[in-house]
Structures are given as structure tokens and as C-alpha cells.
Design a binder for this molecule. Structure first.
Ligand code: C5P
Length: 227
């Protein structure tokens, strides 16, 4: 049967990855979380002390880009692929608030974006892929058959994120999470290279008051029209 490319973009914590994983599973497609790649590069920069809350050494990071090897490895127990940085599983480490706070400035760097976009295009060259991020429908796969743009109110998004982190056992407060979500969206939407924006042919989905099942069914009917 025909395989398509599904691009899912949107603001942070809009539930893109939850829906993308579910779609990939249903369709037997590959799922790629591009945010994990930007997070892994950020973790590398933190470990090398190229970045902190008031400091970013762009030159050093760019010099090291060839030494940063990213890969996804499927974990059958979890049912999804985990992020590996230079051979090490970093899936847990990249989801911390410390990484969330520094990832958006790192994602403004064009050399970083160029490297990751090329890798993403390679992963999707045979189609049959669901990819989520900020620039998938605009830059990575401008010819994707189905493009979705997910939105939800900042408060709903921060609440989801907060619950996720608390459930994991992280010690975070709601205000801090809300601030991070809003700040990341601001940086992501205003950067010069590949800003977060809805592709003209993307379908916008506000899921502020929509359950997972409803979203999934809505999107599957859009997919069916493309197959
Ligand atoms: O999707 P997630 O929230 O994990 O993404 C983390 C950050 O990575 C985003 O806030 C954004 O700065 C960056 N990103 C990006 N382009 C993508 C995916 C993520 O700039 N395609």
C-alpha cells in the first residue's frame, strides 16, 4: 500500500509526540521525535560546558558537530525508540528541565539545524514516517502529504508538562514550567532560521479541550484521505 510522510509541528507540550507515536504504531510507520535530537545536542553542550544559563559558546559547539553522533534505538519493552548520544542512552537525561531551559537557544544555531535536518531527511527518504518538531512541514519535508499544526492554551500545555515531570518524580514547580513553555515558544517562533510557524498547507488542530481518542480519530480520518 501507499506510504506517506506525516509532519506534525506545533508549540511545546501540545501532545505532538503522544499522538505521533500512536499514529506510527497504527500505521506501522517509523516515528521520529526531532526535539530529542536538539535536546541531545544540548546535553552534549552542557556536558562540555559550552552552555549554561548565561553563557553559550557557539564556536566550540560548531567545531564539535562532527563528533556528535545521534541515533534512535527501538526499545521493545517501551514500544518506542530511545535517543542515543555517542552510543549512550540519554532518553531520561534529555527530558529534564535543565535541558529544556537551554535547548531553544541551541536550536537557533544554523549549523546545528543544518546537521539535524539532513539526518531527518535521510530517515524519511523512504516515506512511511511520522515526524514531529517545529519545522517539519516547513523545512524538513515541505512536500509531506499530511501536515498538522497542533496548538493548545499555554496553561493547558504547562499543566500537561508539569504532570509529566511530577509523574517521573522530578522536583519542579508549576510556575517554572509555565515560564519555560512560554519562553521556548517565544524563542522558537522568533528565531531567524526555520522559525516555528504553520505551513500554509498544514491543518491546525487546537486540542485544548480534546481528548486523545478524539484527536486520534480526527487525524486518522485525515490520513485515510491521503492513502
Ligand atoms: O519537541 P521538544 O519540546 O522536545 O523540542 C525541544 C526544543 O527543540 C524546542 O523547544 C525547539 O527549540 C527545538 N526544536 C527545533 N526544531 C525541531 C524540534 C525541536 O528547533 N524540529
Amino acid at each position: 500500500s501507499k506510504k506517506i510522510t506525516i509532519a506534525i509541528d506545533g508549540f511545546s507540550s501540545t501532545g505532538k509526540s503522544t499522538i505521533a507515536k500512536q499514529l506510527a504504531k497504527e500505521l506501522g510507520y517509523i516515528y521520529v521525535d526531532t526535539g530529542a535530537m536538539y535536546r541531545a545536542v544540548t546535553l552534549y553542550a552542557i556536558n562540555k560546558e559550552y552552555v549554561s544559563e548565561n553563557f553559550l559558546n557557539v564556536e566550540k559547539l560548531i567545531d564539535d558537530l562532527d563528533k556528535i553522533s545521534l541515533s534512535f534505538q527501538f526499545n521493545a519493552t517501551l514500544g518506542f525508540a530511545e535517543m542515543y548520544l555517542n552510543g549512550k542512552n540519554v532518553e531520561k537525561e534529555i527530558r529534564t528541565l535543565a535541558v529544556s531551559k537551554l535547548v531553544s537557544p541551541i536550536a537557533t544555531i544554523s549549523d546545528v539545524r543544518r546537521k539535524l535536518v539532513l539526518e531527518q531527511q535521510e530517515m524519511g527518504k523512504n516515506k512511511g514516517i511520522v515526524m514531529d518538531g517545529r519545522d517539519i512541514g516547513t523545512v524538513v519535508f515541505p512536500d509531506a502529504e499530511l501536515k498538522l499544526f497542533m496548538t493548545a492554551s499555554p496553561d493547558k500545555r504547562a499543566k500537561r508538562r508539569y504532570k509529566e515531570l511530577i509523574d517521573r518524580g522530578d522536583d519542579v514547580n508549576y510556575e517554572e514550567i509555565l515560564h519555560n513553555v512560554v519562553e521556548r515558544d517565544r524563542i522558537d517562533s522568533t528565531r531567524e532560521d526555520s522559525p516555528l510557524t504553520k505551513a500554509i498547507d498544514a491543518i491546525e488542530l487546537d486540542n485544548s479541550d480534546m481528548g486523545l481518542k478524539e484527536q486520534f480519530e480526527r487525524i486518522m480520518s485525515l490520513v485515510a484521505q491521503k492513502l
